[in-house]
Design a protein around this ligand. Structure first.
Ligand SMILES: [Zn+2]
Length: 84
């Protein structure tokens, strides 16, 4: 269900506690209005957490890739048999 924000006339989910566009608290499922600043803080924290988790994930993936042997490896000990 979508509500209309009285401030910016944007569409706000009835499950949301605040308007995502202007941060105005709306009467959501919780019922208690939340201060926009607190909501913003939580959002920033979540974004930072997501970024950190992504960076850690990339580092881990790179480590796994590095630990694997390269797909095609030049073998210098093996002499070339037919050359020309
Ligand atoms: Zn709004």
């Amino acid at each position: 269900m979508l509500l209309t924000c009285p401030d910016c006339t944007g569409r706000v989910s009835s499950l949301a506690t605040a308007c995502p566009a202007c941060g105005r608290p709306v009467g959501g499922a919780g019922g208690s209005p939340v201060q926009p600043q607190a909501t913003r803080r939580v959002n920033a924290f979540r974004v930072a957490l997501a970024i950190v988790s992504v960076v850690v994930g990339i580092i881990l993936v790179r480590r796994v890739i590095r630990s694997k042997p390269p797909p095609f490896r030049t073998t210098p000990d093996r002499p070339l048999q037919k050359l020309g």
